[in-house]
Write a protein that binds this ligand. Structure first.
Ligand code: ADP
Ligand code: MG
Length: 343
């Protein structure tokens, strides 16, 4: 018997997914795209594909109920799934929710969670069509799957970016990470002295980015109206550095990002300085922004250049040129992914 034991940490999250993927191949012609993108792609009819994605949130790993309002958690759990459909240039349609709950939850608490789910269903126009409920001995586990749809000629993968394409990102980056740092700091203060009131005023934006992020379906609708189909796209869940490197690796290209083009909100910037963190490092590696990171052809530049909520942050180059960050002083340094380590 083989008694080798390999630690999960030696593979990391992405290594583990590749390891699993290497043991499977697709058997059905209807399975157009399997493991490796934001959502799976399934044949639907002569013009449309079905998109399917799933995401799990685990208490103590992804959220801390001591400072997470349940309605926000319900909204976020749906939004992070919708975000993966958006990242395929898709429109979300249905969700199913699996819940493992401990008996320390009341009916009122479950109602509060579903209030947020409902708000998200209304915002993103998705229908809750099923799920599963079970008990948990170690905290709340939320597993949501989402079904969406897109056209055959409009599905956008991660592996189709081309040299000279322009790299775009929506909104701003790093705020959700900084919101989390503030919440964690205030929790520590409170645990040492429960009479202390948390100092959260003025930081509503970054707290909301952490606790109740949205999905950028507004941008997908706008891009569709502008007639822009990105050449590649991913949603920013692990941090823009890590996520652009997924596009580069899968597209077999390199990238140059400009430090001074990375969009950072003013409160997020000030909070980083106050916490003695580098705002750029937070923006590149923070994660949980749920913005859209995509590449477009040069010919679409005119259509997008004045969009108030889309930043053009760099360009795709030949793989041989590598993955670079062009600093404010003009130095080109290697772009590295710190992302999140799950194990
Ligand atoms: P995202 O951050 O967009 O949700 P992930 O990094 O979680 O994407 O997943 C990347 C790809 O790996 C997706 O295609 C996802 O479906 C697949 N995947 C993740 N975990 C597993 C698993 N345990 N078994 C099979 N496929 C997985
Ligand atoms: Mg994703």
């Amino acid at each position: 018997m083989d008694t080798t034991r390999t630690e999960l940490a030696s593979l990391g999250e992405f290594g583990l997914i590749n390891h699993i993927n290497s043991r499977f191949s697709l058997q059905n012609p209807e399975s157009i795209k399997g493991i490796g993108d934001d959502a799976a792609v399934i044949a639907q009819d002569a013009t449309h594909y079905t998109l399917l994605s799933t995401d799990m949130l685990v208490e103590g790993v992804h959220f801390d109920l001591s400072y997470t309002p349940l309605p926000h958690l319900g909204f976020k759990a749906v939004a992070v799934n919708v975000s993966d459909i958006a990242a395929m240039y898709g429109i979300p349609k249905q969700i199913v929710i699996g819940l493992a709950v401990s008996n320390r939850f009341s009916v009122e608490a479950i109602d509060a969670f579903y209030e947020g789910v409902k708000a998200a269903c209304d915002t993103f126009k998705v229908d809750l069509i099923g799920g599963d409920t079970t008990s948990s001995r170690s905290g709340l586990v939320i597993s949501i799957s989402v079904v969406g749809v897109t056209e055959h000629d409009k599905v956008v993968y991660r592996n189709t970016a081309k040299p000279t394409d322009i790299v775009c990102v929506t909104g701003d980056l790093g705020a959700a990470y900084l919101g989390l740092q503030v919440l964690e700091r205030e929790k520590q203060v409170y645990m040492q002295d429960p009479s202390m009131q948390p100092e959260l005023t003025g930081r509503e934006y970054i707290l909301q980015r952490q606790l109740r992020p949205s999905a950028r379906m507004d941008i997908i609708h706008e891009l569709r109206e502008m007639g822009i189909v990105p050449t590649a796209m991913i949603d920013v869940s692990d941090g823009v550095a890590s996520d652009i490197l997924h596009i580069c690796k899968q597209s077999n290209v390199g990238v140059a990002l400009f430090e001074d083009k990375i969009p950072i909100d003013a409160t997020a910037y000030d909070t980083a300085i106050e916490l003695k963190l580098d705002p750029i490092v937070c923006a590149l590696n923070g994660g949980e922004d749920y913005e859209l990171l995509f590449t477009i052809q040069q010919s679409d530049y005119e259509k997008i250049k004045n969009h108030a909520d889309i930043s053009l942050i760099g360009y795709i180059q030949e793989a041989a040129k590598g993955n670079e960050l062009v600093t404010k002083s003009g130095n080109r340094i290697a772009l590295q992914a710190q992302g999140w380590t799950h194990f």
